[in-house]
Design a protein around this ligand. Sequence first.
Ligand SMILES: *[C@@H]1O[C@H](CO)[C@@H](O)[C@H](O)[C@H]1NC(C)=O
Ligand SMILES: *[C@@H]1O[C@H](CO)[C@@H](O)[C@H](O)[C@H]1NC(C)=O
Length: 339
Amino acid sequence: MCLVVVVVYSLTLLLPLGQASLPLVINTWPFKDATGAAWGALQSGGSVLDAVEKGCARCEADQCDGSVGYGGSPDENGETTLDAMIMNGDTMEVGAVADLRRIKNAVGVARAVMERTTHTMLVGESASLFAENMGFTAEDLTTNKSLNIFSEWLKGNCQPNYRKNVFPDPSAHCGPYKPRATVRDKQMRRHANVNSHDTIGMIAIDQAGHVAAGTSTNGLTHKVPGRVGDSPIAGAGAYADSSVGGAAATGDGDVMMRFLPSYLAVEQMRAGADPSTACKTAISRIKRHYADFFGAIICANTTGHYGAACNKVAGFSTFFYMVSNPETDKPALLSVDCF
Ligand SMILES: *[C@@H]1O[C@H](CO)[C@@H](O)[C@H](O)[C@H]1NC(C)=O
Ligand SMILES: *[C@@H]1O[C@H](CO)[C@@H](O)[C@H](O)[C@H]1NC(C)=O
């Protein structure tokens, strides 16, 4: 009986790589309801921007696996802060927010930055004030769950900890910290947890080849307050260009943002690479410098072809992502073997 269930699961859900078709919604991780929300937006006549916004907003409201939206990834002070972006591949406009406090719908605020200012990114307390002025509700993002994660962390001497070259020794003690006299730690890095998926990244392409991409995340659990990852950075967390396609990345943002992997993947596709190869090239570039980084990327081009790639590390050998297009009658779970 068990065997049958496993076989059925693998046949119906784990397509290796499906047919190319438009319109297309593709997103990181098995966040199926987000895919469905984006697909629904397209089906009801919404634009690709509406699809990406609705899809990412669904994850923010559902808290997906705790790595998107309120009540997850408390920072060193126990506060949840949000990062998000949205990009219009027709106009190359971007709206982004980072270190957003007290507002649940971060991708909605990102879209407001794009459509109601001529700026690209707003951050921190000022972004929250902007959001409130634009009609978003300010509310506490803390939940019992995030409080609990925070208090367990305090009890465990603030481990894991992202500081280095400070006193007291951050690998054994809580702060407050002061700079140590010497800076001697080289590449000492703590890995992002491969079990906390950490971001939704989404690409939507309509029948006419209009491309939009976006992301939303609550960042890294126990981050230093003020830390912003790759997600809200154009070209890092996501990129869209309606003359080529789009890409969105997920994983250890502190490392990944140094390589603009989404931009690189789109440029590879522009130069003729198929989406899977473009994704692999972006991962390989990072791997050359950080062999054991945790990360994955999805890529799609304007004919609806798509692919994904991920870096194989301990505990992470398969990356799951979602696709919805006319060939999948409902959001389909796909996977790629990491390399
Ligand atoms: C959170 O915890 C408090 C106190 O322990 C409890 O009264 C409250 O019902 C909890 N809330 C939820 C949503 O579980
Ligand atoms: C998208 O990728 C597929 C697969 O390599 C390729 O056949 C197709 O021509 C590409 N589409 C565009 C618009 O480049």
